[in-house]
Design a protein around this ligand. Sequence first.
Ligand SMILES: Nc1ncnc2c1ncn2[C@@H]1O[C@H](COP(=O)(O)OP(=O)(O)OP(=O)(O)O)[C@@H](O)[C@H]1O
Length: 467
Amino acid sequence: MEKDADGFYTPKAEAAAPLVQDENKDAKEEEQPQAAASSNTDLIASTFEVTVTLADQQADPNSPLFSAKTFEELGLHQDLLKGLYDLGFSKPSKIQERALPLLLANPPQNMIGQSQSGTGKTAAFVLTMLSRIDFSKNKTQALCLAPSRELARQIMSVVVAMGKFTPVQTEYAIKDNLPKGASRITAHVVVGTPGTMTDLLRKKIIDASDVKVFVLDEADNMLDQDGLGDQTLRVKNLLPRTGVQIILFSATFPDHVRNFASKFAPSANKIELQREELSVEGIRQFYMDCKNEEHKYDILVSLYQLLTIGQSIIFCQHRHTADRISKRMSAEGHKVASLHGAKDAAERDSIIDNFREGHEKVLITTNVISRGIDIMQVNMVVNYDLPLMNERGNQHSNDAKPDIETYIHRIGRTGRFGRKGISINFVHDSKTWLQMEEIEKTLNKKIIRIETNDLDEMEEKMKKALK
Ligand SMILES: Nc1ncnc2c1ncn2[C@@H]1O[C@H](COP(=O)(O)OP(=O)(O)OP(=O)(O)O)[C@@H](O)[C@H]1O
């Protein structure tokens, strides 16, 4: 596929032709000679199944037209293929295989896409944004929203890396990131969080008149009426009424947002996971039976050696818990970092960057980075507090419900793209027991006990799980 006279990268519907031919010619997955030798694509054993429902009910979702075994078949511009190879991507992952032909087809259609954590959803929507931009126009054409600044920054790094060989211009819509006095953003792609994005659109700093792709990453979270739903809807209402392809991606779409998602992205093609398929195979889930709240802290400290073999993320329900245990551990000579939403923007950026670069090995945090964050070296996640539903009063009530979606996202910070990982839940009373049991039941996945008083057994079990 070439750029047309206007400099527009067109993911033409003709891409369908070679797609069918290749599929018939040879069902084998061929190695791409151009692809980087270091590619780790073989790590992704696609054991999970997705259900594809096309907006066009006459079409057969299992047609080879709607699946692509190679990036070349997709008719991606060669500058994007170069970007992919430069990143070491040699062939599409399962979600990319199924989603990209639908996302890139013309005329553009909305998409609601679900696949497990760490399976490559970002590349699917980033390639779509980059493919639809007319680089000859200095106008904003793609917007992407994420629930946290950390995730927005990570998505931006993928846009920049995949677009390395294109003339793409990018800008953030996150707090404290715009140059002072900026009065106009003309970047092709703007990635941000909903509050700041609304602000920039309202003030006409971003002119939305040419926007043709609107992506919500972690879409169930972005649409949740108890959370970011209102702000996200405000952004949508500031975009052109027609001609915008709406793309929603997440590893989870709980029932209470599915309806709203279908209204938000009407007539969307849908890719869905079965509920039993939600948690990733490579993540071994454990629990430790702690005596009480204080014992949880002692156990965490005793785990420190193991936490630092690779990198670990410790999730707490509240900011003050994250601060308290990180201060205490630091005072006792352990090197840990803590990150939560009450820290200022610059500090948040430097904490996550340090962790990403491996300067810190243990990060104590809250749900703020439970979603989307992709750091391959993280091989352990600890639920110091189990995630609980965020209903008013619920967290402290005796029948507080576990937040299954957040649990899936939290443990999904490990076991990325076919790697092995461990998650450990701390339970310490009958309430937390019941909550963990509910998680186990809902996900239909055994959570294995590890003794808190036998460090050797613990280490052995964990090392085995990571093999
Ligand atoms: N085709 C590919 N080949 C090689 N690596 C890939 C490919 N696609 C994605 N990856 C890598 O897999 C990792 C996980 O991808 P990504 O962060 O997009 O997952 P995700 O599905 O968005 O997860 P989450 O639900 O947690 O947000 C990233 O490090 C990415 O670089």
